[in-house]
Design a binder for this molecule. Structure first.
Ligand code: PMP
Length: 308
């Protein structure tokens, strides 16, 4: 595997950053999770926009312009001969001293990892996923906006650990005032009384690219869909629930806190959205170029004619 580290493709083992990088010391940086399907990168523009907005929100000067970053991502996929992949572009604040101040980090670092991913077993997509509510609340937007996809994921990690400790694969986090925010790394939707609902991002959810795609697909199918604050009561009494994210895609949710949602099976709208989303991911996106073949090393012994 070749990792793109500051524009240089290096073997995985050599893809290392300094221990003085503030991305490592303080979680000072931003990242993205992107997918490629059948040789096309799905909604790369939206992911790049979110990456550059996240960088702007933390006053991190991107190490390269957006269009150059797009090319580097495509180049990394091509170099690894990947057509179906999960891509992780990261900007860190870069190398500095032991103080917090990013002024002492003159240049941001970037790297791009392209690999494969499978978050959940096949059965989860067929039978649905049970969720639980964990005690850890979502970060308050006034302290650190959940719209920023920063390298500081401790809030989500603590929730994930709490879920694991209780035998669950995923969990929902509530906001400070008890509304449903999102899952640990995915957005949540419910289908209740003929409407598809998802919590508004101002309440504490990331503005998910998959979430946006599902809202568009619902509009196409003429299913009323809106952003609306939701409580656990709304989930318990919903007909269907689903989770959305780049890595997880669309996952049917069949229970919350041991209470069955709907009839406890992936519902018809969820199945429709899963099929529509699959169609969408196979029909749009930036094409991955063919890998540039390595130039054969010049050999003096053959092929080159020397004058007699
Ligand atoms: N919420 C959080 C906290 C996330 O990290 C993610 C990305 N994994 C999502 C939601 C889903 O966003 P997207 O659909 O853009 O992957």
């Amino acid at each position: 595997m070749l990792v793109n580290l500051n524009g240089v493709l290096v073997p995985k083992e050599k893809a290392v950053v300094s221990v003085f990088d503030h991305g490592l010391l303080y979680g000072d940086g931003v990242f993205e999770g992107v997918r490629a399907y059948q040789g096309r990168v799905f909604r790369l523009g939206q992911h790049l926009e979110r990456l550059y907005d996240s960088a702007k929100a933390i006053l991190l000067t991107p190490p390269l312009p957006m269009e150059a970053m797009r090319k580097e991502i495509l180049r990394t996929l091509a170099a690894n001969h990947l057509k179906d992949a999960y891509i992780r572009p990261v900007f860190t604040r870069g190398e500095g001293d032991l103080g917090l101040n990013p002024v002492n980090c003159p240049k941001a670092t970037y790297f791009i990892i392209a690999d494969r991913i499978r978050l959940y077993p096949e059965a989860t997509y067929r039978d649905g996923l049970p969720l639980i509510t964990v005690p850890t609340r979502r970060n308050v937007a006034e302290a650190l906006s959940p719209k920023i996809k920063s390298l500081n994921y401790l809030n989500n990690i603590l929730a994930k650990v709490e879920a694991s400790q209780r035998g669950a694969l995923e969990a929902i986090l509530l906001t400070q005032d008890g509304y449903v925010a999102e899952c640990t790394a995915d957005n949540l939707f419910i289908f209740r009384k003929g409407r598809l609902l998802t919590p508004p991002t101002w309440q504490g959810a990331l503005e998910g690219v998959t979430r946006q795609a599902v809202l568009e697909l619902a509009a196409k199918r003429k299913v009323p869909a809106c952003e609306e604050p939701i409580t656990r009561y709304d989930i318990y009494t919903a007909q269907e629930a689903l989770m959305t994210g780049t890595a997880a895609e669309i996952v049917p949710v069949t229970s919350l806190d041991g209470r069955t949602i709907g009839d406890g099976e992936p519902g018809p709208l969820t199945k429709r959205m899963m099929a529509d989303y699959k169609g969408l991911t196979r029909s749009e996106g930036d094409k991955i170029p063919a890998a540039v073949p390595k130039r054969p090393a010049l050999s003096l012994s053959k092929g080159i004619r020397r004058p007699a």
